[in-house]
Design a protein around this ligand. Structure first.
Ligand SMILES: Cc1cc2nc3c(=O)[nH]c(=O)nc-3n(C[C@H](O)[C@H](O)[C@H](O)COP(=O)(O)O)c2cc1C
Length: 273
């Protein structure tokens, strides 16, 4: 990467050619990527669940978090009255539930009845917690702030529970089924790919040189991984063309490219070695 630093801090430099301008509404889209949560509430004996992506930490001490709910949603009314809510962090196992829950409104339908999701009792509040999630946060509402067409509910967490397979001090990003789900827009979701460890320049090292070297290093690592994947994809496609049976159990799951639905791909029983 070449440096385009100038005396005015780069302000007079034109933007790089490959970047595109987008509508300002894309700002919210860009901020997506944190774990999606399912907000659960109980009010007047009725329970409800809505997926929510607009969620953020707001303060460390006291530990406040914010959830933004569009004013017309049934959940906005329920949380306003209940003055408490729970965040349930789904993993990929609940991918389709999440999308479905977002297509219904609790004002028309009992979403728990419709989905038959298993629940258990919260520790400190009166909302159902969803089984099969990987973490749960119970909150008391401390403030409700109208912002544009949304209500920002500022919640004080009063109980946090996690599945330690998924989260120790941070997300473990271990087994694929225990990773949180991230909403990227539409009906598309993602999961974290792995842990990357950042290393900063040491004392006495020239930061710009070390950082430029680190970019080269990361580029090499990502290119290498892509090449490995492409090579494997080519090999698998050749096998399929030749009509061979492929033992997918010998291929690391993360390395598997998206393959067309080919009936000849079989997954034989794994021999315990
Ligand atoms: C992945 C996902 C994320 C969503 N995030 C939000 C959000 O942050 N805020 C919001 O108001 N609605 C959000 N929605 C839409 C609501 O979940 C949806 O309108 C839901 O049906 C509302 O349910 P309710 O009427 O029972 O409250 C999201 C939907 C999906 C599928």
């Amino acid at each position: 990467m070449t440096s385009n630093r100038s005396d005015d801090g780069g302000l007079s430099q034109p933007p790089p050619e490959h970047i595109e301008e987008r509508p300002v509404t894309n700002a919210a889209r860009l901020l997506m990527g944190g774990p999606v949560v399912i907000v659960t509430t109980t009010y007047k004996g009725q329970q409800n669940a809505m997926p929510l992506a607009w969620c953020a930490p707001l303060s460390g001490d006291p530990p406040l978090i914010g959830i933004a709910i569009e004013q017309s949603r049934y959940s906005a009314e329920m949380v306003s009255h209940a003055e408490e809510f729970a965040l349930n962090f789904p993993s990929r196992l609940l991918l389709h539930h999440v999308q479905y829950l977002g297509s219904l409104t609790g004002s028309d339908i009992d979403k728990f009845e419709a989905t038959q999701m298993e629940t258990f009792g919260a520790r400190r509040i009166n909302a159902p917690l969803i089984d099969g999630c990987v973490a749960w946060v119970e909150c008391e509402v401390k403030q409700v702030i109208p912002i544009g067409d949304h209500l920002l509910f500022v919640g004080l967490p009063v109980s946090v529970q996690v599945d330690p397979e998924s989260f120790d001090a941070n997300w473990t990003v271990d087994e694929p089924e225990s990773r949180p789900l991230h909403f990227v827009g539409g009906n598309h979701y993602s999961t974290l790919d792995g842990i990357l460890e950042a290393r900063i320049p040491g004392r006495g090292e020239a930061p710009e040189r070390i950082l430029a070297e680190r970019i080269e290093e990361e580029l090499e690592l990502t290119t290498e991984a892509r090449e490995r994947r492409e090579e494997l994809m080519g090999k698998l496609e050749r096998e399929i063309e030749q009509g061979n049976v492929i033992d997918v159990s010998k291929v690391a799951l993360d390395d598997l490219p998206d393959l067309p639905d080919v009936p000849r791909i079989v997954v034989p029983e794994r021999n315990e070695e």
